[in-house]
Design a protein around this ligand. Structure first.
Ligand code: CO
Length: 215
């Protein structure tokens, strides 16, 4: 278990390590950021966005919340998407969920956790929408894993439907939205084949991704 003092000491070593490789690293980065990616992931401590895809500071813009949900009326995630697309001109938005997501599993089990239950109603909407499909898996782990995948696919669709992304596509901006899922047991990321660079592709690949979920 780390103490707070350890965190400061870790920070010093981390900064020194980067400066050793490139003495002007922080100076250059302090002037501007030019990330090509926006990552929308779960807050779970076991899914560190930059680390698991091997990117350095300045290379990925990150938004995380419980169960990686993108809600049409959530000004937090919408503002992040708007800034990333309009100002930073990211080329890719990656929605990355993870198997065994506590928020998703609590929703599946209809557990009461507290205030967060209200946020997780959005995951419950995914369950309602795909209840017949989810009924195919009797085992709770299998059903939960497929719900984690369906939740990503639905959130990708939500990102594609935002005015920000639609406007970007309409003006011909290069932007692709992707749906990935991370396996905590093997550390590997899988593509859920729901990537879209146009609204038409978003509609088409959403249907395909739903009907061809990984086994
Ligand atoms: Co999670």
């Amino acid at each position: 278990m780390s103490s707070l003092a350890d965190l400061f000491s870790n920070n010093q070593s981390w900064a020194q390590g980067l400066i050793a490789k490139d003495p002007s690293f922080f100076e250059k980065l302090s002037i501007q950021q030019q990330p090509e990616y926006l990552w929308i992931g779960c807050s779970d401590s076991r899914v560190p966005a930059e680390e698991l895809v091997g990117l350095a500071p300045g290379e990925i813009f990150v938004h995380r919340n419980v169960a990686n949900v993108v809600v049409h009326t959530d000004f937090n995630s919408l503002s992040v998407i708007q800034f990333a697309v309009d100002m930073l001109k990211v080329k890719h938005i990656i929605v990355c969920g993870h198997y065994g997501c506590g928020g998703v599993m609590a929703t599946l089990r209809q557990e009461r956790v507290g205030l967060v239950d209200n946020w997780l109603r959005h995951v419950d909407d995914v369950i309602q929408k795909h209840s017949s499909l989810l009924g195919h898996w009797e085992n709770e782990t299998d059903r939960g894993n497929h719900l984690c995948e369906l939740n990503v696919i639905e959130q990708v669709a939500n990102v594609c439907k935002t005015t920000v992304v639609r406007d970007a596509w309409e003006r011909g901006q290069q932007l692709t939205v992707h749906g990935w899922i991370y396996g905590m047991k093997d550390g590997l990321v899988r593509d859920l084949c729901t990537s879209a660079s146009t609204l038409e592709e978003a509609r088409c690949n959403y249907q395909k991704a739903i009907t061809t979920l990984p086994e």
